[in-house]
Design a protein around this ligand. Sequence first.
Ligand code: ATP
Ligand code: MG
Length: 582
Amino acid sequence: MRMTQLYSTTLREVPAEAEIASHQLMLRAGLIHKVSMGIYTYMPLGWRTLRKIENIIREEMDAYGGQELLMPVVSPADVWQESGRWWVYGKELMRMKDRHERDYLLAPTHEEIITTTVRQDIRSYKQLPLLPYQIQTKFRDERRPRFGVMRCREFIMKDGYSFDRDEEGLAVTYRKMHDAYTNMFTRCGLNFRPVAADSGAIGGEGSHEFMALSEVGESQILFCNHCDYAATDEFASVDPVPTGVGEEMKEIVRVETPNCKTMEQLAELLKVPSDRAVKSLCYVADEKRFILVLVRGDRQVNEVKLNNALDCFELRFATDEEIRAHGMEPGYCGPVGIGEDVEIFADREVPLMVNHECGGVQKDFHLLNVNYQRGDYRIDKIADLALVEAGAKCPICGAPLDSARGIEVGQIFKLHTKYSDKLHCVYVDEAGEEHPMVMGCYGIGVGRTMAAVIEQHHDENGISWPITVAPYEVLIVPVNDKDEWLVEQAENIYRSLGKQGVEVLIDDRKERPGVKFNDADLLGFPIRVTMGKKCHETGNAEIKIRETGEVLEVPVDQVVEKVLELKASMLAALQGPYAWEE
Ligand code: ATP
Ligand code: MG
């Protein structure tokens, strides 16, 4: 490709809304074009990278038994009503009607469509296992689209679904997908980590999120430096560390605490460290249940865990009016003397704590020396509800956990029979008996992966693509277009690389060298061949490696050979760790 013909516009100024490097660079380098909030066009250079990521995904899926197909973006509502998700998905689901007033939606995911397809087509155990997948547009009307294609509304996802006859089969498929994902993200040049993740109300050891490590990541992950434990903060679970254990239980004291609504104010006034207090928070679940949640005073409630413990669809904080309607004063909530109209959920530490402090229910009062074990209050359900933070003990080896931020680029998930039960997707075994198929699902955000690659591979001058996903592998920059010999040499190298299967771009614009070099650094092609003024005198071209900044002087007639060698070694460094299986 010639730069003069390339449909590409680089920008000097980036819109203020682009807060993170990848978003800014994708706009500056002209890889994407914003059409509407959270809706983007991939421009030719961006699309080349996107397709390369897709192809890496495709190759690995196929190598591990996947079969690509393509489902429609528009789904009829009926199968979503059959699974029940039509009513619980909330506002992210873009619903619409056709000319006959029938309900449809823009699919945010495809469990319903694939499960009802498979239930029609597949009858026998002999036809299993199956692993269909697609790479296709999804729509989610996100509450807060941001960071460009990292969290947008229309995005391209690879979504795969597995159908096995039993749990053993699912375990094998799941492990294969774990390997395939490891290969894919390694080949994309990402520094990532698979971490144990929350698998919703389904529970069990059933999900991993693949996290590209990055400060701008929206997820917090906890990991151990001494063993291989790693989990999202939503899923991490550590042993309870109750305070006051071993002390003799003391009489409850009711103390006046005017205008003391936060843990910090309280700790200051009463001289009670916050880990000796119990924090009480009020939630409303599914608009009908009122819940008082208790955690140790220095902990945060993990709402994902709470959601699972409540087994609810929607969860929000209660309003002050709702709190008062349940007999408590906002800021002074506590469990002592609370009526049956309030469900009391406590984190595992709380019932073990001795002589703890808590809100006194009435305005301007707190209680000291409260003890669940003495029967001072009731708890309806004890569960793991606290957010785990760095420094907590590793649940496997006991070392202090470390934390980091990550971008969730993919997730693999054991669905078991959640959808096959609801949608009656069954097979018949050797004995003629019917069983629900055992399913898994496997997603990757293709655009988000591209953004994550840029987050990890850029500097102040621009992008620095790993060769596997670069829009072009090599850029040739002849800097003196008046020198015929030089232009001819550059054209020869261009043609010859192209013939040998190298993806090469030549900057044939009549621009100053500075402009060409700036654009080269911004667009970030891994190998740049520069043929400057000195080239004619010395007979040498300059090969610059974008990532390291290393410059090699190479005789013009050896440039092709050297580029091929560099390309091969760059590719070799980005191979997946797992061998393909039959
Ligand atoms: P998130 O928690 O970030 O909203 P999710 O867990 O809801 O994502 P999944 O349903 O697991 O997403 O979708 C599979 C993959 O699709 C995710 O791992 C992510 O890479 C990608 N993805 C999800 N939502 C978006 C989005 N709004 N924009 C871009 N990619 C997305
Ligand atoms: Mg996910």
